[in-house]
Design a protein around this ligand. Structure first.
Ligand SMILES: *Cc1c(COP(=O)(O)O)cnc(C)c1O
Length: 355
């Protein structure tokens, strides 16, 4: 885009071996920056060498956490095009988060242009090996130096990018998940539906405790009654019970995942019965006792599909599909990853090509 200023990196880094990458530790040569100043709006879009930001220690984000983010990926297709997966949905969701955090609206078409421009410049960083991608992290933070508790008058929008290796290197292994009975992630009226830093800040303790006990993630229940299933870490949840797929309805405390939306689209297209509704952990436990809990899986940009092999709730252990990936989860995984790498026709028009 013509109005994006470009300062080229004079010391391009060596590209890492994509088979051996730790998630989110290696970054590309450039980053995108855009300023917001009250009265002036968003201004000065620029792509500059990747590097540290200089912020005033009084920058409001450090004190009151006014920050939102997004996560999406660029893929190199088998015929060597570079595509983004549904980036317009990230633009939309960023504004949903902005609205809740009282951060100014960002033009959605411009968001997609900025992401494309940065990916295009660092296109050599989009890996090509099976299952690999370039993870893109757009984020906005309040940067006005001020300790008063109010909305900031200045913001910084940034995009950084990180090549990621295959999530499943040795086939898809179902995970063990603990149903969290003490802590809660979000309540209705709070910020659960926004992709904001604070939701994660308050979830880390439960996550670490679960890890110590040998679980890979926690499954959150609703904050009020501790009864209804919400979501897992950074994934939405689906359960297949007696032939029907159920996912918790978007109730204000659940993040509206783009993968979740894609899965709902696919299931409806395939004629698989699917409902979005409240589902209690008791109902899932009962289904498990009755031998009707056929599959459980999480959905999110990082893994696409993460099957759950074991679910622990209080003193109960539910083993799902003998700890193996279910047929439906496998089909969804193959279809979405196939669309992303260009081996399955993109009938929904989900891929956005980076020129
Ligand atoms: C980002 C996120 C998800 C998954 O969203 P996708 O758009 O599918 O990646 C689910 N839950 C939470 C809390 C998240 O932050």
């Amino acid at each position: 885009m013509s109005n994006i200023r470009y300062v080229q990196s004079l010391s391009p880094k060596q590209k890492p071996d994509a088979s051996n990458l730790e998630f989110g530790k290696t970054f590309t040569d450039h980053m995108f920056l855009l300023d917001y100043t009250e009265g002036q709006g968003w201004h000065d879009p620029r792509i500059v060498p990747y590097g540290p930001l200089t912020l005033d220690p009084a920058a409001m984000v450090f004190h009151y956490g006014q920050a939102v983010f997004e996560g999406l990926k660029a893929f190199r297709t088998k015929d060597d095009r570079i595509v983004l997966f549904r980036p317009n949905k990230n633009a939309e969701r960023l504004n949903v988060s902005n609205e809740r955090l009282n951060i100014p609206h960002l033009d959605e078409a411009a968001f997609v242009e900025y992401v494309k421009a940065l990916v295009s410049i660092d296109r050599e960083w989009v890996p090509s090996a099976e299952g690999t991608s370039l993870y893109i992290r757009p984020f906005i933070m309040a940067i006005e130096p001020c300790l008063g508790v109010r909305a900031s008058k200045r913001y910084l929008f940034a995009i950084i990018m990180s090549p990621v290796g295959a999530y499943y290197k040795e086939g898809i292994h179902p995970v063990k998940i603990n149903v969290e009975s003490q802590y809660v992630r979000a309540v209705r009226g709070g910020t659960g539906f926004a992709k904001t830093a604070g939701n994660y800040a308050s979830s880390i303790k439960a996550q670490e405790e679960a890890k110590e006990e040998g679980f890979s993630q926690v499954l959150w229940l609703d904050g009020k009654e501790h009864t209804y299933v919400e979501e897992v870490g950074s994934m939405n949840m689906f359960f297949k019970i007696g032939g029907e797929v159920v996912t918790p309805e978007l109730n204000g405390s659940i993040l509206a995942g783009i993968t979740r939306d894609s899965v709902l689209h696919l299931l409806k297209t395939w004629g698989v019965p699917v409902t979005e509704r409240k589902i209690s952990i008791r109902e899932i436990y009962q289904a498990s006792l009755d031998g009707k809990l056929e599959e459980a899986f999480g959905t999110g940009t990082a893994a696409v599909i993460s099957p759950v092999g074991e679910l622990h709730w209080q003193e109960h252990t539910m083993t799902i599909n003998q700890g193996k990936i279910g047929e439906l989860a496998q089909k969804i995984y193959d279809t979405i990853t196939g669309i992303q790498n260009g081996t399955v026709p993109d009938t929904f028009g989900w891929n956005a090509v980076v020129e």
